[in-house]
Design a protein around this ligand. Structure first.
Ligand code: G6P
Length: 587
């Protein structure tokens, strides 16, 4: 969480370059932002609360600047808490991603030494620590020693007014350095740099880099210089433009007509290698967070039904509590759009401790999980800018299906089924009446306080994901259930007119889920059915084609669109829901 960008080079519009970088990183946090530039022997700073949007910065020309877009952890959303943070002399500026776990004790020591603090953040101790160190050593060593005294997973980028260098260091949180012609960049993610250069260095944990006329990479805590590995990234700069769409959410829902096909157009050797790891492992665990977690839960049904293979699922934040089960014969699969989610990075470390094999499905090439895992299948979904995950969800499902078909010995047939489903997704998205119907449903239900969603089997994770989408987009309380469960509890909450979405595919769950819908209807619920056939219990029928075992991929589309139209109806920003961030790099 939080986006960091830094620039040093021969151009004198550092502030604009940094701001442009921050706009590309805004998905990481958007409650406040700020930029600092070096102007001769001083720093000039501009900070704001709120989203960056189309903002401009009001800063002098400069060849060196750093900036930050924040997702608040310590301290509320105020201009004082926005980064960059400075020392008492106002010559050191720091932007930071992570949490300094020992900030309270460091702050107490600094206050005793006479330092004055103006924010409530943990970050502010860092410039003051550097200020102390500068009394006895140079800029880079001062940052190194300050950084070494921090506990927790952190990434910092520091500017010092008298210096024409930027110093950056990390443990845990991501940082990427870009090497241009007479210019260097540092950012939380390569997508913000790729417009300027394709030559990058992915900083490893406990590394620090000094960016000036040249680049110097050093190991922490000691400070020994090391040779950097320069990677050439071969992706095009994709602003992830909205094109004809008003919002990224709608654009990315529509992207699914091609991204599902791209997901199953994988390197076959790697696909079979991945499937073989599942086949040969003694036990397989799968983990993801948020929407990716729902995809992972779905994988357990996919592998069990198609490949007759049992997979253990745990959401990312709970995974490490199962680590005692892991052995050197275990396999862990993590699934993540960003490849940065901290709970999964920690799950990978837990698996490593037990010498288990670690594999991943990741969208962002070069991300932490992409680099840390033994074998990675890229999602190939393209840039996903909206905080709500849509296309990366169906890409994960498509790959899980394909792996299960490989295990069953039906690679080509399975691939054909998934591609057929993707084509049907395209037709559904093109269907004007279908879109209009979902708009109408949103108009009808947007004032409700609660929405319930029921599904069994494959449709249970879909119910969870549909609720997730609706909550993020509309802030309406929505809850997904395994269809048989609410009679043990939540059916007591149903009242007259409660919108209840029910997934009724043409599979073995059909008759039981219809009974569950009937139980809700008997208590006054308004039943919105998603399925290929009209059922008497439906008050509203959202028709989707029957695509057999891969139907789950298409069944989520109406829920994604409904979430979008609910966001519009409620006047919310569908791309940047309040309090959320796309990449969650703190625990
Ligand atoms: C955040 C996002 C969710 C996403 C989750 C996992 O909470 O808001 O949309 O599903 O992180 O992200 P990942 O990048 O690991 O898929």
């Amino acid at each position: 969480m939080c986006g960091i960008f830094g620039y040093v080079g021969n151009k004198n519009d550092a502030a604009d370059i940094v701001l442009e970088g921050l706009k590309l990183l805004e998905y990481r946090g958007y409650d406040s932002w700020g930029v600092a530039v070096k102007v001769r022997k001083k720093l000039s700073v501009d900070k704001h609360i709120g989203k960056i949007g189309d903002a401009q910065v009001n800063l002098p020309q400069s060849v060196l600047g750093i900036g930050h877009t924040r997702w608040a952890t310590h301290g509320g959303v105020t201009a004082a808490n926005a980064h960059p943070h400075m020392d008492c002399t106002k010559t050191i500026a720091v932007v930071h991603n992570g949490i300094v776990e020992n900030f309270q004790e460091l702050k107490t020591e600094l206050i005793e030494k006479g330092h004055k603090f103006i924010s409530e953040t943990d970050t502010e101790i860092i410039p003051h620590l550097i200020e102390e160190n500068l009394k006895k050593e140079g800029f880079a060593s001062s940052v190194r020693d300050a950084f070494n005294s921090l506990k927790g997973l952190n990434a910092v980028v520091v500017a010092y007014a008298p210096s024409r260098e930027i110093v950056a260091a990390k443990t845990g949180s991501p940082l990427v350095v870009g090497i241009g012609k007479n210019e260097l960049f540092v950012a939380s993610d390569a997508s913000a740099i790729v417009k300027h250069t394709k030559k990058v260095i992915f900083l490893e944990d406990n590394q620090m880099v000094i960016l000036g006329k040249r680049l110097k990479l050093i190991n922490l805590p000691g400070g020994k210089e090391i040779k950097p590995t320069i990677n050439k990234i071969n992706w095009k700069f994709e602003h992830g433009e909205k094109g004809k769409f008003k919002h990224f959410l709608l654009k990315e829902i529509n992207d699914q007509r091609t991204t599902i096909i791209d997901a199953v157009t994988q390197n076959e050797k790697k696909l079979f290698e991945f499937a073989n790891l599942i086949r040969n492992s003694f036990d397989t665990y799968i983990s993801g967070c948020g929407t990716a977690g729902h995809a992972c839960r779905m994988a357990t049904y996919i592998f069990s039904t198609i490949a007759k293979k049992h997979i253990n699922f745990a959401i990312g934040s709970e995974f490490s509590y199962y680590e005692d089960f892991l052995t050197d014969k275990s396999l862990l699969i993590v699934a993540s759009q960003s490849g940065e989610t901290i709970d999964l990075v920690e799950a990978v470390s837990a698996a490593r401790r037990h010498k288990s094999k670690v594999t991943a499905l990741v969208n962002v090439i070069g991300s932490t999980l992409y680099r840390q895992c033994d074998l990675v299948l890229p999602l190939r979904a393209g840039v996903e800018r909206c905080v709500l995950s849509t296309k990366s969800f169906t890409s994960k499902l498509a790959i899980f299906y394909l792996l299960a078909f490989i295990l069953k010995g039906e690679y080509s047939e399975g691939r054909k089924k998934i591609i057929k489903t993707a084509r049907a997704v395209g037709e559904l998205l093109d269907d004007k009446e279908f879109n209009q119907q979902l708009k109408n449903v949103a108009d009808e239900i947007y004032k409700t306080k609660d929405i319930y969603i029921l599904g069994r089997g494959f449709s249970f994770p879909l119910a969870l994901e549909a609720a997730h989408k609706i909550k993020e987009a509309s802030y309406i309380h929505a809850e997904g259930f395994a269809g048989g469960e609410p009679k043990h509890c939540e059916i007591s909450l149903v009242s007259e007119g409660t919108p209840t979405i029910v997934f009724v595919p043409n599979d073995e769950t059909k008759s039981a889920i219809i009974s569950n819908a009937t139980e809700f209807k008997a208590r006054g619920a308004y039943i919105i059915g998603i399925g290929p056939e009209k059922q008497a219990v439906f008050d509203e029928w959202i028709q989707v084609p029957d695509l057999g075992v891969t139907s789950s991929i298409i069944n989520i589309i109406p829920a994604q669109l409904l979430a979008y139209y609910l966001a519009l109806k409620k006047g919310n920003d569908p791309d940047k829901p309040r309090n959320l961030a796309k990449s969650v790099t703190v625990k």
